[in-house]
Write a protein that binds this ligand. Structure first.
Ligand SMILES: Cc1cc2nc3c(=O)[nH]c(=O)nc-3n(C[C@H](O)[C@H](O)[C@H](O)COP(=O)(O)O)c2cc1C
Length: 557
């Protein structure tokens, strides 16, 4: 009903102005109704969060950590095909009852096909990093990498959805929606197909509304042929350990203690998208809270608890695909998100074991996959559907330029060299600066390409040059330097030409890959892997020194 209402009544108008665009107001009666809806939804979310947290506190730790012995696989058969996107076949004992009605949809089928087609490498969701600029840059490098957005809080989107429905101020300003959801300017479809929206939340109503607003094309620009954003799937964040998310927010990794809730949240997301989008879950191996605060539970305990989580979530018939960060999340001690990404040991073996146990489900391994040849090695055994990579793709993107060839068997990469990549990225940069205020956005546009020459001689000079270019618009505005009308694309190329060697600029992805792989003494001495670790450490150092950098999943918006 609401989707229809929005389509009929809320056609946006887009005056040619920067960043803030307005949509026609709805009537005052719907305004009042929407305000009541917002209030009731907020109340219901708060009450359910309170009840959940009280329940968690009231439940004796021993019963929370009771060991689960995974049931026979024959009890769980999940299908996702064109005619019946969501279907779970219940066991003869009736323990798995499908909760989502069959919602046939061609869109769902084509999105599922896309997930399968782009399954071997995913860009991990990273707050403040996997914004539309970075996703665009990675898409230029690889046409088959699945791109995850940063986590978007469902409550924020639900609020926008209610605001759109009610337009309390008389006109809807879609600025926030654009900030949360928009894909690259120009809408030439570059990110679609193959972009997954990650949502964070623990309230079914909010997640459903968030899924709805990410699906409807209510914010269509009348002059454009495509919607402002279009996603291939939705993903629920069950892995973020940040105190703001898993603690006060009671979502992220803390959801791993309540698999039934996760199942109903995914159900709500699927319904919110009207069955058009597959829903996937990103999680950890588990959390210490599932083991009475033990940060070193036995292998068997971790394995069986992950099995229980996976089986319970998949039993709803909505989720068939999991991205597992192969570490325990430590929530009971004051670990920072960064510590939680580094200190708990990686347990790829446990993820693999679970993947082998459920061949009808698909698993993506995340955590510590730091080079393309490693990713290829991880996938050799065939038990995993793919790898998900975060820091390494950000710290050394060109190191992954051969992904289409190495992981997917394509003839080559979409770009021939880093120079070509910068030319193409420059077009994106110019479009963005036409639409948004350069003083606010230039640093964000430049961030994804800063590490393009990681590990190369003079790579640091290039980074420093970009840093200087990034600061110019603010200085110009403050009258500290004369206004320069040179397009950002030209500045970008000039920075590369003036700092990097011609040979490096024009080196093909294939040459770079071989050079990295067969670097002097790499295999024998581990020099190569040290260099990779150094690239990630350097990226982390720069990240922390940036004024607007996020140090936790929840920060930075
Ligand atoms: C800066 C930063 C922000 C992150 N933000 C998110 C997030 O929003 N959602 C999420 O599920 N994981 C987030 N993560 C975790 C990554 O998705 C990934 O699970 C983790 O970095 C391990 O993968 P890697 O070793 O390949 O980096 C973030 C990681 C970093 C470094």
């Amino acid at each position: 009903f609401y989707v229809d209402m929005i389509r009929k009544r809320a056609r946006p108008s887009y005056p040619p102005q920067r960043s803030s665009r307005r949509i026609h107001p709805l009537s005052s009666s719907s305004t009042a109704a929407a305000s009541v809806t917002v209030f009731l939804a907020a109340l219901s979310c708060s009450v359910s969060a309170f009840v959940r947290s009280s329940h968690a506190r009231a439940t004796p730790p021993s019963s929370r950590s009771a060991m689960f012995v995974p049931g026979s696989l024959a009890r769980l058969r999940v299908f996702a095909n064109k005619s019946a996107p969501f279907r779970a076949v219940a066991s003869s004992s009736g323990s798995y009852v499908p909760e989502v009605p069959s919602l046939a949809s061609d869109l769902y089928a084509s999105n599922s096909d896309t997930l399968a087609h782009m399954s071997r490498l995913s860009l991990a969701p990273m707050m403040e990093y996997t914004d539309r600029h970075m996703r665009h840059m990675i898409r230029l490098l690889s046409s088959r990498t699945l791109l995850y957005t940063e986590m978007v809080a469902a409550n924020a989107l639900a609020h926008q959805y209610d605001a759109l429905r009610g337009c309390p101020d008389g006109a809807f300003d879609d600025h926030m929606i654009r900030r949360f959801l928009s894909q690259q300017a120009g809408r030439d479809g570059h990110e679609y197909p193959g972009c997954v929206l990650q949502l964070g939340g623990s309230c079914p109503d909010a997640l459903s509304a968030a899924a709805r607003i990410s699906t409807v094309d209510a914010l269509r620009d009348p002059d454009a042929s495509a919607p402002l954003y279009r996603y291939t799937a939705l993903n629920l964040n069950c892995g973020c350990p940040s105190e703001k998310v898993a603690g006060k927010g009671a979502f992220g990794a803390s959801l791993m203690s309540d698999a039934d809730l996760v199942r109903s949240l995914c159900d709500a997301m699927a319904k919110g998208s009207e069955g058009t989008l597959p829903v996937t879950v990103k999680c950890r191996i588990g959390t210490d809270l599932q083991f009475d605060g033990d940060v070193r539970p036995s292998d068997e305990a971790m394995y069986s608890s992950l099995c229980r989580f996976v089986e319970t979530v998949a039993a709803g018939g909505v989720v068939t695909d999991f991205q597992v960060h192969a570490r325990l999340a430590v929530l009971g001690r004051s670990y920072s998100p960064a510590q939680n990404r580094n200190v708990p040991p990686l347990r790829h073996d446990i993820v693999r074991k679970v993947a082998r146990r459920y061949p009808d489900l698909t698993f993506h391994l995340n955590g510590g996959v730091d080079a393309l040849d490693r990713a290829a090695g991880v996938l050799e055994e065939g038990d995993l559907r793919g790898v998900m990579v975060g820091r390494s793709l950000a710290a050394d993107p060109w190191g992954w330029a051969g992904a289409d060839r190495v992981l997917y068997g394509e003839a080559g990469a979409p770009v021939a060299s880093r120079r070509r990549l910068l030319e193409l990225y420059g077009k994106h940069a110019d479009r963005e600066e036409e639409l948004w205020d350069p003083a606010k956005i230039r640093r964000r546009i430049l961030r994804p390409v800063q590490a393009l020459f990681a590990g190369e001689r003079h790579g640091k000079r290039f980074r420093i040059a970009l840093d200087e270019i990034g600061g110019r618009p603010k200085q110009e505005r403050a009258g500290k330097r004369p206004v320069d009308e040179t397009p950002l694309s030209e500045l970008l190329l000039h920075a590369a030409d003036s700092t990097m060697d011609e040979e490096v600029l024009n080196m093909s992805p294939e040459e770079s890959y071989e050079k990295k792989r067969q670097g002097a003494g790499e295999a024998a001495s581990g020099v190569g892997s040290n260099r990779r670790t150094a690239a990630i450490a350097e990226w982390d150092r720069i990240r922390k020194s940036e004024p607007e950098s996020a140090t936790a999943c929840a920060e930075g918006r």
